[in-house]
Design a protein around this ligand. Structure first.
Ligand code: ATP
Ligand code: MG
Length: 506
């Protein structure tokens, strides 16, 4: 419901530059009490920047902010929190070795004195849990919690600080379907009590489901503002990218060739030293995409880590293009010419403090193309990186820009550009479009299909069933570390795949 009341937040004519980039340009944004307002836009459109300004993490170059009708000067997050604004980033800021309760009370300055009364803090936490349906054991250590549970801790942490304006930056990107519906009921109970939520997401169906109002940014400006009831996903997509998207992915009929990735009886442990992969068998052939569906936590992370050379399995074997892979040797993996698109581009994919060019040539730098008599051929390298930047349409100030200045979608493009430059025979793509806008997602899907046509075999590990169905020639379901079932792409039904995902074998 758009609210006739006074806005609880009024951001007026906000402009923010980063060197040459204008991340926000004369943006006016209002948030009303009791509403969920979705903030949409392509990667790099300026969503996170705008919310970081409201959270006092960045200061704007121009513009004014009013919170509860008072003009404010936010120079640090603590200023925002003291006015009731909380923000939950995608990368949580919890201390893994501490308990839920400890995490919630650390740093909370609520006039409760230096000597925290643990008993009353616990009491208060339990009341909040009851009120908002956020069930979680206050004494559990954070490292033992799933991502969805950790997110609940972040929300409780905000509520404990008496936040009534909650910003969530892509909260569902890391959640399983059941966790998403849990989060949505929490958000609904928050706004029922008069709180306000800013919800950033790239998933248009979710936005249609949860929001009351939608604001769309493009290239740092507001391009549309709509009541959710008055719009639809197709219109939103075209506001975001400024064009209509291809509706259906064109997929050529190809015959699968020789196996390029063979996994036999693979056993691997997880971080808790429990068996996460149990005698796993998989084959991916040339010219085919094998979609590996499943709810996260069933071994996906461990499987991709083994394939990316950062986790050593305890049994089994892997063959790339017929050659047996030596475990525990990341250099061998790089040499094996497996294209690796990891799920966490920040932790495992890219070195954020290096330049875009340095990331693009990482792994390709030993190629004879780039050096002679031990000297790097810098002109060739510059050409190589500039070609990739333009081929992949990477939005950056240039090849010398520091990688961490890129937006999520552009980071993923850098990753893809680097990994596919070596024309790998086997590609492992783990959640390749997580966190990407619809335009970037379409681009990456096209790119993966082109690789299939080129002759690569692709293992697509994804929790997004739409993605799995759109791209896969075959679909296998990972459940508790083993394959629960497998079907041909055209013959598979969602019901069947869904049953396998929940461990039901027919
Ligand atoms: N700290 C920074 N330094 C330099 N440039 C930045 C910085 N933060 C953001 N930018 C740039 O500002 C623009 C807007 O980025 P922002 O992170 O706000 O986009 P976004 O809409 O949140 O995108 P995404 O959907 O990918 O998360 C981008 O071009 C980005 O590269
Ligand atoms: Mg962002």
């Amino acid at each position: 419901m758009a609210n006739p009341k006074q806005p609880v937040v009024r951001m007026s004519s906000i402009t923010k530059h980063f060197l040459d980039v204008t991340a926000n340009k004369n943006i006016t944004f209002n948030l009303y009490p009791g509403e969920i307002c979705a903030l949409l836009g392509e990667n790099g459109a300026g969503k996170t920047t705008l919310m970081n300004i409201l959270f006092g993490y960045y200061t704007c170059d121009e513009g004014e902010i009013f919170i509860k009708e008072e003009k404010v000067n936010l120079s640090a997050p603590k200023d925002a929190i003291s006015r009731g604004v909380g923000m939950i980033h995608q990368h949580f800021a919890l201390v893994p070795s501490q308990t839920v309760l400890e995490n919630i009370i650390i740093g909370a300055d609520s006039g409760k004195g230096i000597f925290l009364d643990l008993k009353s803090a616990r009491q208060e936490l339990l009341q909040l849990q009851e009120r908002f349906g956020l069930q979680i054991d206050p004494d559990a250590r954070v490292w033992t919690l799933s991502v969805g549970e950790q997110q609940k801790v972040e929300i409780l942490k905000a509520l404990y600080r008496e936040v009534d304006i909650l910003i969530m930056d892509e909260p569902t990107a890391v959640l399983a379907p059941a966790e998403i519906s849990d989060l949505f009921s929490t958000l609904r109970s928050l706004v029922k009590e008069g709180q306000s939520v800013v919800f950033i997401s790239h998933k248009l169906n979710e936005v249609m489901d949860i929001s009351d109002r939608i604001v769309v940014l493009r290239a740092g400006q507001v391009v549309a503002e709509k009541k959710t009831a008055d719009t639809n996903t197709r219109e939103l997509a075209s506001f975001m990218v400024g064009r209509d998207l291809l509706e259906i992915i064109e997929k050529k009929t190809l015959n699968a060739g020789q196996p390029v990735l063979e996994i036999e009886k693979l056993d691997a442990l997880n971080d808790k030293k429990l068996l996460a992969l149990k005698s796993l068998n998989l084959v991916v052939r040339q010219n085919e995409i094998l979609g590996l569906a499943g709810i996260s936590g069933n071994g996906q992370k461990e499987l991709s880590e083994v394939l990316f050379g950062i986790r050593e399995p305890i049994g089994g074997l892997i063959k790339i293009d017929g050659g047996r892979l030596k475990f525990g040797n990341p250099a061998a993996i790089i040499k094996s010419k497996i294209g690796r698109i990891p799920e966490d581009r920040i932790d495992t994919g890219l070195l954020m403090d290096l330049t875009v060019e340095e990331n693009l040539i990482l792994e390709n730098h030993s190629s004879s193309e780039f050096h002679r008599y031990g000297l790097m051929k810098s002109r060739k390298i510059h050409q190589f990186s500039e070609d990739l930047i333009s081929a992949y349409d990477i939005m950056t100030a240039g090849r010398d820009a520091v990688t961490k200045s890129l937006s999520g979608g552009n980071l993923q493009k850098v990753m893809l550009a680097r990994e596919l430059a070596g024309r790998p025979k086997a590609i492992v793509a783990s959640q390749p479009t997580r966190g990407l806008d619809v335009g970037a997602m379409e681009y990456i899907h096209q790119r993966i299909l082109q690789e299939r046509e080129r002759g690569a075999g692709i293992l697509l590990i994804s929790e997004d069933l739409d993605e799995i169905f759109a791209l896969s020639d075959r679909i296998a379901v990972l459940f508790e570390g083993a394959i629960m079932g497998e079907a041909h792409g055209e013959e598979a039904s969602r019901e069947q795949i869904g049953l396998w995902m929940s461990g039901v074998k027919k």
